[in-house]
Design a protein around this ligand. Structure first.
Ligand code: ADP
Ligand code: MG
Length: 599
């Protein structure tokens, strides 16, 4: 996956990524066409305003005989004002309607895009998240889509409006007075060139200052998530200084940008006003000699103002469009990312829904991030339906990895895994994972109440079923002491629970799921010995008739397992009943001696 790791929308030189937005725009092409029509109408209206002014001055004041050559030549003074107001109202209406339509399309497309990207991200396998940080995904989902929204929802229409005004205004300037027009054009060209150079500089500096702000917030994000560690190591001052340093850096860049920008503003105003005053001066002389009317001069100046304004807008919009092109490119990377693990093209059905026979057949596995070492090395293991097998061995032996492979978070490098005789790669992920209930090593609690957290195991379960599962996993025992019982909010990531309580919630969730294959990954490791036995009993009841794989460090927990498999360095070194293994005097016997015979 070619995922760039910068969190800042890149400024690309290419606009082509924007084409890929078309599938998202197409459903709303009717509204887009309507917005375009409103845009044309609005631009035409605003281009008529200076003409109405010309006629107002030249004819409305009655300085010239009403010859009927003007736009509204035949009107009275009041009529001219009425016409002006009519134009203004028309303009207001089209602007409002266009604003609504365009913003609607922008918001709609952004919402669609966000959902599409999110759905895609959720389909990715764990490998994807090893390389791409969640913070990065979030920044793309919010920051990048917001940029695109700005462009679709306002910039493009502003840009088009300015383009129309620019072209129309230029034509009208030339028509009104070709002499003044060419004079002005020359003047503008001379004045604008240095402004473009400064504008470039401003753009560069504003990107820099955005980078600096992103740096500061990335740091803050990391530190806020680690507050207890920061405080335990009394690093608050150090961290405050580190953040202040980054905040200072962004201040300095922002001020540099502002300085350049201030100069640019002064120059722009001087240039534009200077040009207008100069043209007015020449024009006034022309009016004096009678080669131009006062109204013509007035309309010329108004067109000049329109044109100048539209040039400014177009420059701004261009920057936005370029940034949006960069943002789109990054979003589309996410949108087109192929999950490393996907359903088979034609997944096989999985019969025998209520039982699970597992076979690992010469399974070798290397993590994609660490291809040189085999996390599992030629594992062959058969587990009969209803059997409970304990996996023991030192930390890093590959126990959790076996579970990851069963859930198909990764695919085996060699060999195959069979569920009820079928290669799990030939099943649909939904079917496969639907058969497995897992209590992971590090259970996840959602920021919801206890009831909803347990119900996550089977969303359709009734309150009674949830509570039965809670009882079996000894959740009830502590839930009843919480202020609002099952309705108690458990805090973000379950911060308001102890490790052992989190494990019990996770156990209840797995019991509720009621799947034929139960995977327990040190599911009771954070409990005291007494609670462990009790939760284990609850799980045992749930395990009745189910195939169960138990990873445990405390060997006391696995004495009831039918069989024990001892793993070391990704290989199976011993298998047998607890009693057999003790007699064999191998790794298991050594571990057992350490745990049971002390004292
Ligand atoms: N995502 C990963 N990428 C690379 N290596 C990993 C990853 N997860 C685990 N490992 C490595 O694989 C080996 C087995 O890990 P694991 O199955 O978690 O061990 P345990 O038996 O303690 O559960 C360890 O050496 C570990 O460092
Ligand atoms: Mg583990």
């Amino acid at each position: 996956m070619p995922i760039s790791d910068s969190a800042i929308p890149a400024v690309t030189r290419r606009l082509s990524p924007l084409q890929d937005l078309w599938p998202f725009l197409r459903p709303y092409r009717g509204r887009i066409a309507l917005a375009f029509a409103l845009l044309c109408l609005g631009s035409a209206t605003i281009l008529l305003v200076p003409l109405a002014f010309r006629d107002l001055i030249d004819f409305g004041f009655g300085q010239r005989q009403n010859t009927g050559v003007g736009l509204l030549g035949a009107l009275s003074l009041n009529g001219h004002f009425a016409a002006l107001f009519g134009l203004a109202s028309m303009w207001a209406l089209t602007v409002a309607a266009r604003y609504y339509t365009v913003t609607w399309v922008g918001e709609r497309v952004t919402a669609d895009l966000r959902s599409a990207v999110y759905a895609r991200v959720l389909a990715q396998s764990p490998q994807f998240f090893e390389t791409l940080q969640t913070g990065e995904v979030l920044s793309r989902l919010t920051g990048d889509t917001t940029l695109i929204q700005t462009v679709i929802g306002s910039s493009v229409s502003m840009g088009l409006r300015s383009l129309f005004q620019f072209v129309g205004g230029m034509v009208m300037l030339a028509v009104t007075s070709f002499y003044l027009f060419s004079l002005n054009l020359g003047l503008m060209a001379v004045l604008m060139l240095p402004l473009f150079a400064i504008g470039r500089k401003v753009k560069k500096l504003s990107r820099e200052s955005q980078d600096k702000i992103a740096d500061a917030s990335a740091l803050a994000g990391e530190i806020l998530n680690a507050i207890p560690t920061v405080q335990a190591y009394t690093q608050e001052q150090q961290e405050t200084k580190r953040f202040a340093g980054r905040a200072e850096a962004s201040f300095v860049t922002a001020i540099r940008r502002t300085r350049v920008r201030s100069v640019m503003t002064a120059l722009t105003i001087t240039a534009v006003m200077g040009a207008i005053i100069f043209v007015l001066w020449i024009g006034a002389n022309q009016v004096h000699t009678g080669s131009m009317t006062g109204g013509q001069l007035a309309s010329f100046v108004l067109y000049a103002v329109l044109v100048a304004g539209s040039v400014g807008t177009m420059a701004e919009v261009w920057g936005d469009v370029m940034r949006a092109a960069g943002a789109t490119e990054r979003l589309l990377e996410l949108l087109h990312a192929q999950p490393a693990i996907a359903d088979a093209a034609a997944p096989q059905a999985l019969p025998q829904p209520r039982q699970a026979a597992i076979r690992f057949e010469q399974v070798t596995f290397r993590y994609p991030a660490r291809p040189q070492t085999a996390a599992l090395d030629n594992i062959t293991l058969d587990i009969a339906p209803g059997e409970s097998v304990a996996l023991v061995g030192p930390s890093g032996a590959g126990k959790t990895t076996l579970f990851q492979l069963l859930l198909r978070f990764y695919d085996v490098t060699d060999g195959r895994i069979l569920l009820n005789g079928q290669d799990i790669r030939q099943l649909s992920l939904h079917d496969l994972r639907g058969r497995i209930a897992i209590v992971p090593q590090d259970p996840v609690i959602f920021s919801a109440n206890a009831l909803e957290n347990i119900r996550y195991g089977r969303p359709a379960a009734s309150d009674d079923e949830v509570m039965a599962a809670a009882k079996a996993a000894l959740v009830e025992e502590f839930i009843n002491r919480l202020p609002e019982g099952y309705q108690t909010f458990l805090g973000e990531r379950g911060t308001r629970l102890s490790g052992g309580q989190r494990q019990r919630i996770a156990a209840a969730r797995a019991i509720l799921k009621n799947a034929p294959l139960l995977l327990l990954d040190e599911a009771t490791s954070s409990l005291d010995a007494e609670s462990e036995i009790l939760v284990q009993e609850g799980l045992n009841a749930a395990m009745q008739g189910r195939t169960t794989l138990i990873i445990a460090h405390r060997l006391a927990t696995v004495q009831k397992a039918h069989r024990i498999v001892v793993l070391e360095h990704g290989r199976i070194v011993e298998t047998g009943t607890p009693a057999d293994l003790r007699k064999q005097g191998g790794l298991y016997a050594r571990l057992a001696r350490l745990q049971f015979d002390v004292g």
